[in-house]
Design a protein around this ligand. Structure first.
Ligand code: ZN
Length: 196
């Protein structure tokens, strides 16, 4: 997921190491990792790139590696000073075990669809099973923004993008037009949540 106001993808430029929509690999389910230790270098590269693009999440097939690995870290931004931060998560073979029936609509961007935003309903909370590079299995519950990021990244690993989850393409916009037309103008109004 992108942070559209914080980096160059707001202008629609793709990062040279990231693959964009139309690349066949982005639409193919990734393969599970058999040996977590073998994914160490891939995990390090994803962590490095996530910081470089100032993103909230990144899936391996977004950098051209068709393996079920993703990283995410929610950090506060200038526009979202109150957003709950998370530690850095490195997830190998993540699976969403349960999703809440309750959903939340939120605006998402994607480094593989640079320059755009769409309104996407996501489960408000979920339980996720994943492995870490040391081979340990974890089951953990997430909610809100972190749950949204996990759903976005697990979709990538299943060959899906956020556009597939949108209810209406009327809620699809360029980032520039989002800033111009869709951010509430009243000072007291709360900004729409932006995620990836
Ligand atoms: Zn994405």
């Amino acid at each position: 997921m992108t942070r559209p106001f914080d980096h160059g993808s707001a202008e629609g430029a793709a990062h040279p190491e990231l693959v964009t929509l139309g690349t066949p690999m982005l639409r193919q389910p990734t393969s599970r990792v058999e040996d977590c230790a073998s994914a160490g270098e891939l995990c390090e590269k994803l962590v490095y790139l996530l910081a470089e693009i100032n993103g909230a999440g990144l899936a391996a097939n977004q950098i051209g590696v068709s393996l079920r690995v993703m990283v995410f870290q929610v950090r506060k931004t200038e526009l979202h000073p109150d957003r709950p931060e998370t530690p850095l998560y490195v997830m190998i073979n993540p699976d969403i075990l349960e999703r809440s029936e309750a959903t939340i609509d939120g605006w998402e961007g994607c480094f593989s669809v640079p320059g755009y935003l769409g309104l996407v309903p996501r489960a408000a909370s979920l339980a996720c099973r994943y492995e870490t590079p040391d081979g340990v299995e974890h089951v953990e519950k997430f909610e809100g923004y972190a749950a949204r990021v996990i759903q976005h990244e697990c979709d990538h690993l299943d060959g899906k993008v956020y556009l597939d989850q949108m209810k209406s393409m009327l809620d699809f916009t360029t980032q520039a037009n989002f800033k111009q037309f869709l951010i509430p103008k009243k000072p007291e109004a709360e900004e729409p949540e932006l995620e990836n």
